[in-house]
Write a protein that binds this ligand. Structure first.
Ligand SMILES: CC(C)(COP(=O)(O)OP(=O)(O)OC[C@H]1O[C@@H](n2cnc3c(N)ncnc32)[C@H](O)[C@@H]1OP(=O)(O)O)[C@@H](O)C(=O)NCCC(=O)NCCS
Length: 188
């Protein structure tokens, strides 16, 4: 995994040496309204990150994350994630979150664009998907502006804060065509 750059942003790979930084961000309030996030101890989280692949290339599988830093900042304002499950189609799933005080400045749009470029060029993914609840207008706006297309609506496709919720499935392909596959899973 390498450092990614977007206008005004630096995306630092999450590795064992900085897993505690992401764990600290995960505990911040205001991040769980539309998504289920892991509620694990610092040690459990460090262990999870320790188990992950560190190299992102055309054969990589698993979960990869980057902390988002505005240029010059020492504290992160959020993160982006890429999950690559095994399967016949080489596809990935992205997720992204910003702390409430950092929203509305275009950070998510720029960070997700940088992640998409990496997912296509380095991880060589044929399709990248994103999942969000229908009410999450900010997230849907980010995806639609970037060029994701809505491909499905999964009724009760995920659970958020103990409640079954619908999930909108979005897909992005460099060809602009979707492979029309989706699965029951958590919103990104
Ligand atoms: C989704 C999220 C990452 C967006 O981050 P962000 O940096 O504010 O995104 P951007 O500034 O790049 O773009 C947000 C867009 O949504 C719009 N938006 C924000 N809130 C909105 C709302 N309630 N209704 C409609 N549009 C909204 C903004 O106006 C902006 O669009 P514009 O630039 O055309 O005006 C952020 O809101 C977040 O972290 N939410 C909580 C976690 C989450 O939901 N993650 C995604 C799970 S699928």
């Amino acid at each position: 995994m390498r450092v990614l750059h977007a206008e005004g942003l630096r995306l630092e790979p999450v590795l064992p040496r900085n897993a505690a930084v992401l764990w600290g961000v995960l505990k911040e309030p205001g991040l769980r309204e539309y998504q289920e996030l892991p509620a694990v101890s610092a040690a459990e989280f460090a262990h999870m990150v320790e188990q992950r692949e560190r190299r992102l290339d055309a054969e990589s599988l698993g979960r990869f994350e980057w902390l988002i830093y505005p240029t010059g900042a020492t504290q992160p304002v959020g993160w982006v994630s890429l999950r690559i499950p095994s399967g016949a189609l080489r596809a990935g799933e992205i997720g992204y979150t910003l702390l409430p005080q950092a929203r509305g400045r275009g950070y998510a749009t720029r960070a997700v664009r940088a992640l998409l470029a990496e997912a296509q060029a380095v991880a060589v993914l044929a399709e990248i998907r994103a999942y969000c609840v229908p009410e999450n207008q900010a997230s849907r706006r980010v995806l639609e502006r970037i060029g994701f297309r809505k491909t499905d609506l999964l009724r009760h496709g995920a659970t958020v804060r103990g409640r079954a919720v619908d999930v909108v499935v979005y897909a992005y392909t460099s060809s602009g065509k979707s492979n029309q596959t989706s699965a029951r899973r958590k919103p990104a």
